[in-house]
Ligand binder design. Structure first.
Ligand code: AHN
Ligand code: ZN
Length: 337
């Protein structure tokens, strides 16, 4: 009897000692030494798709966020206040830019910094302005009026706001800079004036808020990441400047079950904010951007039309992208990406 209860005691001690992070491999040897201890699986917070959806709604509620308008000023206030509320140190980088139309744009890049002192950092970016006209070649409806840009502008910002909220709730030691570029979408359509776009990222790339050891290791740009059924092929410039990062992000997304969004196709190049961050600031940055199959403009049917409103936004797409971003951030912070 005594030997049996001793046996039970030993058994339960062995079981309890083994509870955290130690799985039996069936070999009967369940004890692990320091060196060969398996790494804990990284705890990645859950991305709340409804929260992200509400962040798109809120932006759209201001109306089109076109530089030099009241909606733009109000949205800027709200974005900066929101990031501060979520515990970030916020830089509002004001600048003036000359648009191709000749207009002088009063614009602001909004930068939310987590662990501003950290030297190991990454950056996530999106543009927060919306287009001043609806000049898609496919649809001339009210073409001189500014668009709501629920997807083209709103979606990427919404994902980054939800990432910010999660960073406050689940702190890490790595540095993260969330950058909202302004004046991305005031460019000339058609022709070959691609540099008329992305004025905020061009300004930032010549005047980065970080230098030296604080320069981010890499960046990820989100552009049009909220439409139902979005498709993100591997964008051409991203593959030119940071192929390994693209492949890692896509592989991770596919392992997470989001391979229907993050497809293994190669996509054409888009002169987007990441192009200037790569070529001017020389920080590797990739672009996650919706390129539907068979799209005549290269983008969604709604692109640069008044159909870019809440009706095309799908919280599941926001979650797919947001959950992948959180996985990148928390794995990178843990040295496992
Ligand atoms: C050009 O059309 C040159 N670039 C597209 C960048 C863009 C516009 N992204 C969203 N809207
Ligand atoms: Zn656009």
């Amino acid at each position: 009897m005594k030997t049996f209860s001793t046996f039970l005691l030993l058994l339960s001690v062995a079981f309890l000692a083994c509870l955290p992070g130690c799985k039996s491999d069936g070999s009967g040897q369940s004890s692990v030494t320091e060196e060969e201890a398996p790494k804990e699986k990284v705890a990645v917070p859950k991305f709340d798709r409804d929260s992200a959806y509400a962040f798109v709604e809120k932006q759209v509620g201001f109306g089109p966020r076109v530089p030099n308008t009241e909606a733009h000023r109000q949205c800027r206030q709200w974005l900066a206040a929101s990031f501060r509320q979520y515990g970030a140190e916020v830089i509002e980088q004001d600048f003036q830019a000359r648009a191709y139309t000749g207009a002088t744009l009063n614009a602001t890049n909004i930068i939310a910094r987590y662990n501003p002192q950290a030297t190991r950092r990454i950056m996530l970016a999106a543009h927060w302005d919306s287009r001043p006209f609806a000049d898609s070649p496919l649809n001339t409806d009210r073409k001189d009026e500014p668009i709501l840009g629920a997807d083209d502008g709103g979606s990427g910002v919404a994902v980054l706001l939800e990432v910010a909220r999660q960073l406050q709730a689940n702190p890490i030691e790595m540095g993260v800079d969330l950058i909202l570029f302004d004046a991305e979408d005031y460019g000339e359509s058609g022709g070959d004036n691609a540099e008329s776009y992305c004025l905020g990222s061009q300004y930032w790339s010549r005047n980065p808020h970080v230098s030296g050891r604080q320069r981010p290791k890499y960046g990820i740009l989100l552009d049009m990441v909220g439409a139902e059924g979005a498709r993100f092929p591997k964008e051409y410039y991203s593959m030119q400047f940071a192929p390994q990062l693209v492949n890692k992000v896509w592989k991770l997304a596919q392992n997470m079950g989001y391979g229907n969004y993050f497809v293994n196709d190669s996509g054409g190049g888009v002169t987007d904010d990441h192009y200037f961050v790569n070529t001017i600031a020389r920080i590797p940055m990739i672009d996650i951007i919706n390129r539907p199959v068979g799209a005549q403009t290269g983008f969604g049917e709604y692109w640069h039309t008044h159909n870019d409103d809440m009706d095309i936004i799908d919280p599941r797409t926001l979650r797919a992208v947001g959950q992948v971003m959180l996985a990148v951030v928390y794995r990178e912070a843990n040295g496992e990406f």
